[in-house]
Design a protein around this ligand. Structure first.
Ligand SMILES: O=C(O)CCC(=O)C(=O)O
Ligand SMILES: [Fe+2]
Length: 323
């Protein structure tokens, strides 16, 4: 065995120990967070770990993508995470023109760990910024294919989506419930719980003890949409804290539209309202986004000329509830 094989062996064992620690129910959330932060610190600062694939899960490569990149900016990486938020004081194109492009410039912020002053998603206690944490290349190729084959093989088990208020013509899509794909559910659930402390910190949200992880596999095909709503506005959904949406589809892409639009949200009154400042997020293949479930958002209409199910826009999306 050469010295470099030995080193690789040690690194592999170290990584699997860290993986176990991150999932271990015996460690407190605080201890798991400390392990996660240390891993992220290492991934940020040392080359030997760069690109290391641990059980199909690439360690986050922390990319600085500022509009005007500074001297510390790094090249694009396999797992590319960034915080996206409409810049303050931008002229807004409003919800009354939902299909126009946002003129708001985006502000990309680095994910440097540990973060002493997390950027806050809330401008004050009452106004939520339209902020998402976006991570590209989220799943490995095999896992992405697993998600895709699950969706395509179970096409006949999807059912029409509803809203909690059953409002008509507010939402058009179809859904596959998570009980029909327990392995995929568990894979994603563990990833989400592992990333939770970092995500919450980056979004500037108060930390919370996670409870149930709700998940659905959603298909949007030609003419599908979801008008402006938030995800925690009813008594049954009030404990949803964090929304995640993982986008995937078959290449070459055969639909257009379906962007996620996030609105600045006023939570001061009894009615949560969207303002006319927004940020538009491309539903890129293998991208996941996270945001505060109280924040108003919509899915712009999808155009899929073939109307074939397997040419659609798919998501594994849901909510992490506070316990
Ligand atoms: O598909 C998306 O981009 C978002 C879906 C969504 O808002 C929801 O299901 O509540
Ligand atoms: Fe939603």
């Amino acid at each position: 065995m050469t010295q470099s094989d030995e080193m690789q062996g040690l690194l592999d064992r170290a990584v699997s120990t860290l993986n176990e620690a991150l999932d271990s129910p015996e460690l407190s959330l605080r201890d798991r967070t400390l392990v996660a932060l240390r891993v992220l610190e290492l991934a940020h600062g040392t080359d030997p770990i760069e690109g290391l694939n641990t059980n199909g899960w690439e360690l986050p490569q922390l990319t600085q993508r500022l509009t005007n990149p500074g001297p510390e900016s790094r090249s694009a990486s396999p797992l590319d995470a960034r915080l996206r938020s409409a810049s303050k004081g931008q002229p807004a194109t409003g919800p009354d023109r939902p299909h126009s492009d946002s003129t708001a410039t985006t502000q990309h912020q680095s994910l440097a760990y540990p973060v002493a002053t997390a950027p806050s998603a809330a401008r004050n206690d009452q106004i939520l910024e339209p902020t998402v944490l976006e991570i590209d290349n989220f799943l490995s190729h095999e896992e992405h294919q697993f998600a895709l084959s699950t969706a395509l093989n179970k096409a006949d088990q999807f059912v029409g989506s509803k809203t909690t208020t059953n409002a008509s013509d507010y939402r058009r899509s179809s859904i596959l419930y998570a009980t029909l794909y327990p392995d995929l559910y568990e894979l994603l659930r563990q990833r989400l719980i592992g990333l939770l402390p970092t995500v919450v910190q980056q979004l500037g949200m108060p930390s919370f003890e996670p409870g149930q992880v709700e998940m659905q596999l959603t298909a949007h095909n030609d003419g599908c949409f979801y008008k402006i709503h938030n995800d925690s506005g009813s008594p049954e959904t009030a404990t949803r804290a964090l929304t995640y949406v993982y986008y995937f589809y078959q290449e070459p892409k055969r639909f257009s539209g379906g962007e996620l639009r996030m609105y600045e949200t006023d939570i001061s009154g009894p009615m949560v309202t969207a303002s006319d400042r927004f940020e538009t997020i491309e539903p890129l293949n293998n991208r996941i986004v996270f945001f505060d479930s109280r924040c108003k958002h919509e899915v712009l209409p999808v155009v899929c000329p073939s109307r074939q199910f397997d040419h659609g826009r798919f998501t594994l999306n849901g909510w992490i509830r506070r316990s």
